[in-house]
Design a protein around this ligand. Sequence first.
Ligand SMILES: [Zn+2]
Ligand SMILES: [Zn+2]
Length: 382
Amino acid sequence: MNCRSIAALVLIFHSVCFVVADELHVRVVDVGAGLCCVIVTPDQHYMIFDAGNYEDQGQTAITAIRELIPAGSTIDLLVLSHSDSDHLAAVPAICQEFKVSRVLRDGFERTSQTFQRMQQAIAIEVTGDGCEDLNLKNTEVEFGTNYAIGEFVKATFVCGFYELPEDWPELSESEAINARSIVVRLEYADRSILLCGDAVGRHIGDAATVCIAEERSMVDNVDNVPIDSDIIIAPHHGADNGSSRPFLQAVTPEYVVFSAGSKFRHPRAVTAGRYTASGVQLEKIFRTDRGDNEGGEEWASVAGAPHDPRGDDNVEIRIADNGAIDVRYLEIFFAPAAPAFAPSKGHVQSPLAGYPGRMSGAFATPCHVRRGLFRRWRVRGR
Ligand SMILES: [Zn+2]
Ligand SMILES: [Zn+2]
């Protein structure tokens, strides 16, 4: 058996171990300064929310997607929250390697190479594979529209715009691009996860009570489309122009995930502060740039210097069929040399634990032990 076959076997073994029946599994992939969430339902249906990051041409994202979704599978729903390249780079690879049944996107057009490649890949997927293109530029999708992801999981289109409402306050060019973000709420076993893309809800530096633009739209529409959620993938990487206090009061999350990298000083300290002020416990705030500290306004939750690498701080969310929630870090290491691929690390660690030392045991934990850990690990009562 050559090295490649051994590596493939390890990878298959690895993937099989990841999939536990009767659980909704969401991985917030550590793509650096971007976003990619991979969703695997208990009955093996698949959804992808965003496909960052352009800085590595989507490599980290597609690697995680390949690990969680078997080659050639059908993706029930691909959501591209908005047109920024940190959310799009892996789309051509996704369309090439999988069949995408339905794509939901804001339809705002950009000239960036990453955007153009995404656009082209979707066009081919539509003509070649019969993908339904829900492009808000051409297709009206009502807020509150539900999409079944397999038999047990529901994805609701909460908000998202091609054209921005006229009664919003003035936004900068980049704010206007982010404020179009498609927001989706996933539901399984009476639990919910809010995926916010780069939604905007305030201007940087506004008073905590301010809530404008997209977050205001969601807050004003909660009677029609609920946003109350157990877990939030925080808007705009934890930037200060999202996560307004009124929005958090409507979402009332128990767990928060910031998808960020060593760029833009995300997540901001004031943003994390609004979550803790609204009652979120520190140990229930996770970040894909753990160890990064660009100083200044960044939330420095752990010791570390700038430039946290991508790929080492994936956040795993698991919801069991009885509603028990597990959120934790899972670090994936591919050994640079023999012995081929290293299995995932499955140790339990506080998100606030120190940066140094977190690689210990990375190559050692066998899968069955990790699965045992999942069962023992924090099970939250209803
Ligand atoms: Zn972004
Ligand atoms: Zn953006």
